[in-house]
Design a protein. Structure first.
Length: 245
């Protein structure tokens, strides 16, 4: 089986969580796109849900599939958001933003009663940071902002190359919200909470890709089947096998 098969298996399991009448947040990225495809089929069969997309790419995909859409202004509270992740650890701390939608993804996720992550097994890590941490910044004063990110990250025990993300045209990548992204190759983030707080102190930073205390459940497809990792904030997280949920 391929990584795409594992992603599809995770998305199929997540579909079991969706009930008629739900208000859903739809994530962004390759794994979330598989969930949106599956949801589109169910909608054609008569499933009634209303969804808030986390990016313009997801909105276009959902519209094409006939999924009924809303916004957080119209629907400010959601029952469930299902999204992918670039990395997740055993405490369901995440790095997100590889697709450039981290700001909207975090807003939608925190507006939801539950946030569920779907991923293939390669996204599981012991320590976050192998995937460069995306940091979304305003376009004014980016050189100064980059320097401040480097300084506060060093204070939080992180160091590494901080690179401005470029698009396919080799121009600075611009998010759906009109901002740019620095990708921070820290290698390992020993204290994600400390780094998150440090980055919030930089005025030019809009948001960062650390999703801490947000995910409630992770559904992970891999060679051994589908595993479900449940967050128990304040306690030790519990890993369930194929029958858990």
């Amino acid at each position: 089986m391929t990584a795409d098969d594992y992603k599809l298996n995770a998305a199929m399991r997540a579909m079991d969580l969706i009930e008629p009448g739900m208000k859903l947040g739809l994530g962004t990225g390759s794994t979330a796109a598989k969930l949106v495809d599956l949801l589109g089929r169910k909608v054609k069969e008569g499933l009634d849900v209303v969804c808030v997309p986390t990016s313009e790419a997801t909105r276009l995909q959902a519209e094409t599939l006939g999924i009924r859409l809303s916004t957080l202004d119209e629907t400010p509270f959601l029952d469930l958001t299902i999204d992918g992740a670039d990395e997740l650890d055993g405490e369901l701390r995440l790095i997100k933003g590889g697709g450039g939608a981290l700001l909207r993804e975090k807003i939608v996720a925190t507006a939801s009663e539950r946030m569920v992550v779907i991923a293939d097994h390669t996204k599981r890590v012991e320590v976050l940071g192998r995937f460069p941490l995306p940091v979304e910044v305003v376009r004014f004063g980016m050189t100064a902002t980059r320097q401040m990110i480097q300084e506060v990250a060093a204070d939080a025990g992180c160091a590494g190359a901080i690179t401005l993300r470029l698009g396919k045209d080799r121009q600075p990548f611009v998010t759906d919200s009109g901002n740019c992204i620095f990708d921070c190759a820290f290698g390992a983030i020993a204290d994600p909470e400390l780094l998150d707080e440090a980055l919030k102190c930089v005025p030019g930073v809009v948001e960062n890709g650390l999703f801490l205390g947000i995910a409630d459940l992770a559904i992970i497809g891999g060679p051994g089947g589908v595993e479900v990792l449940e967050a128990s904030y304040g306690d030790v997280a519990t890993l369930y096998g194929d029958d858990g949920m």
